[in-house]
Write a protein that binds this ligand. Sequence first.
Ligand code: 5GP
Ligand code: MN
Length: 327
Amino acid sequence: MAPSSPLLDTIIARLCAAQGVLLVGHVATDGDSLGSCLGLWHLLRGQGVPAYVVAAEKIPARFSFLPGVHSVITEATDYPPYWDVVVVMDCGDLRRTGLSETLLRCAVEVINIDHHQSNQGMLGTAWVDPRFAAVGQQVLALAEQAGWEVTPAVATCLYTALATDSGFFRHSNTSGAVLRDAATLLEAGADMRSIVENCLERKTLSELCLLREALSLLTQECDGRVTVLEIPFTVFARCGVEEAEMEGMIEYARAVPGTQIAVLLRAVQTDITKVSLRSRGSNDVSVVAMSFGGGGHLNAAGCTLHLPLSDVRAAVLAAVKQVLSCD
Ligand code: 5GP
Ligand code: MN
């Protein structure tokens, strides 16, 4: 997709010369964050570069099928003895990796590969381009410019990134280039059926329990232009669901006709609430998320507040109503 660029050449040269590369995504990992890390991990290992994917939290079960996932390091005690380059993917600041900033900063160089419009490009050697639908697409562009072989394992990881961040090719970021890249990855051997089964179709019993509870608490504001789902902390305990296992729930709020902005409020602790926002058209939810210390894209953003759900609901809905000019 991307034209050949000097920045990519610089990144490729630094990666190839590295003695050790840590690849890190963001907390509450998703298909793009993890798929991009693992895709680049396979590519670098293919070039003989020692690379390690490091995550702050345990990897959700729905990603167990990803090639290489069992090599992901989730314990600080298992860190490699040495690394000189850290690649931060799918987020724009070290805090969002959930890992020790001191540890990451001790690298000689930090490279940031991201596609969030809220990313100001201030982290190390930054390749931030919101025209890409997924970081996985950027990794493919990197591989193509470098002439690295896209093996079936690489293709499966990057297709996972592209498919999940485009809502399986339904969101407005699904361009012709996205579909062409998806075709390239499919032809390179991406295991499309495993990706669909694990990342789209799979719903555990506890997730279905959570969905039932959340739907019973669906409400609307602004004459139906805002649809809100909320999951109180007690519901988590009742259904036995881990926070990471809830991909796609907000789509039920967005699906209601007339909804301009969908809001999902999850009390992950009694005093910690995770907010997900989705919008249609030019309604910018990234500004709402950023005003609460989060970030994201125009039509999909999020933030986490250290407040109980009811307080967060009031504050976030006030900001959302401002975007829609309703009260
Ligand atoms: P989700 O609602 O699926 O968690 O996230 C939607 C989008 O917003 C994703 O691109 C995600 O990376 C971004 N996002 C969610 N939460 C945060 C946050 O706390 N900080 C930042 N910077 N971005 C977030
Ligand atoms: Mn992404």
